[in-house]
Design a protein around this ligand. Structure first.
Ligand code: AMP
Ligand code: MN
Ligand code: MN
Ligand code: MN
Length: 286
């Protein structure tokens, strides 16, 4: 058994969360401290399109006895559909991954300017400079624009900011090109990591199309499905466990924690992986 697996008591693993390096509200060290206080012993910090939080999270993890796995959440597309891949146990120095991440960061910045121009027309003053300042050097995400819309009273709360303004088809939406899923899976594998399809039930796909996606994911070298997510119920977990087995994929678990203000969601607050699904952390190199 690997050292990672030995630490993987139920509730002790969380392989999807965010910090101020992208759209989380806690610094990487604060995320690790909160994870430790919640009983998490194996944590992957998976910020959107950046590895910048990994080193500070690992430094905090060494002090707090939390094993921090180098990881990332990549913005990709399958056809024209935006999807998220989590890359776990990646080498944060791998040239192919670093070059890919630089491409995604440039796309993020370009899209932020496009979103800001639309929000400006909807009445949000100084949208781009304020989003840049709010991101504080981290990746600019739609969550930052949602926070500005709420701060200025243009939306009541974050879910409404997305629903009415920032979601696809709404007036503040700007599409990004991202990169094809297959290419991002390749970057993760070249970095020695495990490619995980994040929150597979969050995409608007019927069951037939979801099967096609899983076939394409397997064909491209994908390794695991996020079987247990922060917001999944028992039926979701059962459905995804069956899908993982059907497609020969391993399983991952992750809360997708962003902020302590999401009171319904805590670090490590994820169902354990069902029996019969191979845990992706069995493959971690240390
Ligand atoms: P982006 O990658 O910049 O397009 O932003 C996507 C992020 O926005 C996701 O990772 C979530 O954290 C957040 N998000 C997306 N939809 C919603 C929603 N309906 N309510 C709250 N947050 C959302
Ligand atoms: Mn996010
Ligand atoms: Mn995501
Ligand atoms: Mn996420």
């Amino acid at each position: 058994m690997t050292p990672t697996a030995q630490r993987a008591a139920p509730g002790g693993v969380d392989l999807h969360c965010h910090s101020t390096a992208s759209d989380g509200s806690l610094t990487p060290a604060e995320v690790v401290a909160m994870a430790a206080a919640s009983g998490v012993r194996v944590l992957a910090l998976t910020d959107h399109d950046t590895l910048d939080g990994v080193a500070p999270a690992q430094a905090a993890g060494r002090l707090l006895d939390v094993h921090v796995i180098p990881a990332i959440e990549l913005s990709v597309r399958w056809g024209q559909r935006p999807l998220h891949l989590v890359g776990l146990d990646v080498d944060p120095q791998a040239p192919a991954l670093l070059a890919g991440v630089a491409t995604l960061q440039a796309q993020r910045l370009e899209r932020a300017a496009a979103i800001a121009a639309k929000l400006q027309r909807l009445g949000l003053a100084d949208a781009l400079p304020r989003a840049v300042a709010l991101a504080g050097g981290g990746q600019i995400t739609r969550t930052h624009f949602a926070r500005l819309l709420v701060a200025d009273g243009l939306s009541r709360d974050l879910p409404r900011a997305f629903k009415h303004i920032l979601a696809a088809g709404r007036p503040g939406y700007a599409a990004a090109d991202w990169v094809p899923m297959d290419q991002a899976i390749d970057w993760i594998r070249q970095a020695g990591g495990q490619a995980v399809l994040a929150h597979p039930l969050q995409y608007r796909l019927g069951s037939t199309l979801r099967e096609r996606l899983l076939e394409a994911f397997v064909a491209a070298g994908g390794n695991a499905l996020e079987v247990c997510c922060g917001n999944s119920d028992a039926a979701d977990v059962a459905k995804l466990a069956a899908a993982a087995k059907r497609h020969g994929l391993m399983g991952s678990i992750g809360s997708d924690f962003h902020s302590p203000q999401q009171r319904w969601l805590r670090l490590g607050g994820v169902a354990p992986l069902p029996h019969g699904v191979t845990a992706v952390w069995e493959r971690f190199r240390c």
